[in-house]
Design a protein around this ligand. Structure first.
Ligand SMILES: [Zn+2]
Length: 263
């Protein structure tokens, strides 16, 4: 089952343990050396080519806005003003909320259609990887990423670049799927966070704190909540939706927010 030459994508250790088998050839592994959980083998994804991405967001605009609003509020509690960069900004819904609160916002997005949509609405968005933007040192007061970090193959390089462009005492604010949660256990391989070709990393509050601190950011605030589950029209989706709401109320949801400050 385990790829013959498998090693940790973060620390290169070969001490990997299988946590969950997904569709062949993918499985979720935990590294016994650095403890990061990851999907192997590596798959190549080109995000620019997803043609239905924009349509999906626009067809569910109100839903996505209600999903992003609490995340922006969380960021606002950490850093109430300043220059913001939203990485993986999609249709710009997070930027819209941030603009309402008075932030000066810019966004990065790989999907060309989503970038065109943002530009048509007057948002300042670049169709670039962070590494290719060449922002000056200490540019941003706050960088937000909602469900983005799990997609980034070269985590160390990416975090180094983030550390360079965030101002001294500036913030990194993330929202992440949480696999170590009741709903993920109930849904097993059908849980939203198991997207083998796209979701490379799977964090817990503990592992993300460790990982961010290793890369020059100190975690200052966390909040656990839940992914949105529509109540649906059949018994199964209704049961899942109700369970997700109950879990969130009990502080056992399957998503969490993290704010970390540059050291
Ligand atoms: Zn490792």
């Amino acid at each position: 089952m385990m790829p013959k030459t498998a090693s940790c994508r973060y620390c290169s250790s070969a001490a990997l343990k299988v946590l969950l088998v997904l569709d062949e050839p993918f499985a979720i592994y935990k590294c016994n050396s650095c403890s990061l959980v990851q999907t192997l083998p590596e798959a190549k994804v080109i995000y620019n080519e997803n043609s239905t991405y924009l349509e999906t967001y626009l067809a569910n605009e109100e839903l996505f806005k209600s999903f992003f609003r609490p995340f922006v509020q969380f960021a606002h509690q950490c850093k109430p003003a300043g220059k913001m960069l939203d990485i993986g900004c999609s249709t710009g819904f997070i930027m819209d909320e941030a603009l309402k609160l008075g932030y000066d916002t810019e966004g990065l997005e790989l999907n060309k259609k989503a970038v065109e949509y943002c530009l048509s609405r007057g948002l300042k968005v670049y169709n670039e990887f962070l590494a290719d933007c060449a922002f000056p040192d200490n540019t941003f007061d706050i960088v937000t990423m909602s469900h983005v970090l799990e997609h980034i193959p070269d985590l160390s390089d990416f975090l180094q670049e983030l550390h360079r462009v965030v101002k001294k005492t500036g913030f990194l604010v993330l929202s992440q799927p949480l696999y170590d949660s009741l709903i993920a256990k109930v849904l097993k391989h059908k849980w939203y966070g198991w997207v083998p070709k796209e979701h490379i990393w799977h964090f817990t509050p503990g592992t993300i704190s460790m990982f961010l601190e290793e890369n020059g950011f100190k975690v200052v605030k966390m909040e656990r909540n839940s992914m949105y589950y529509p109540l649906g029209f059949n018994a199964k989706t209704l049961a899942t939706g109700l369970l997700a709401r109950l879990a969130a109320k009990m502080g056992l949801g399957d998503q969490f927010y993290v704010a970390a400050q540059k050291q």
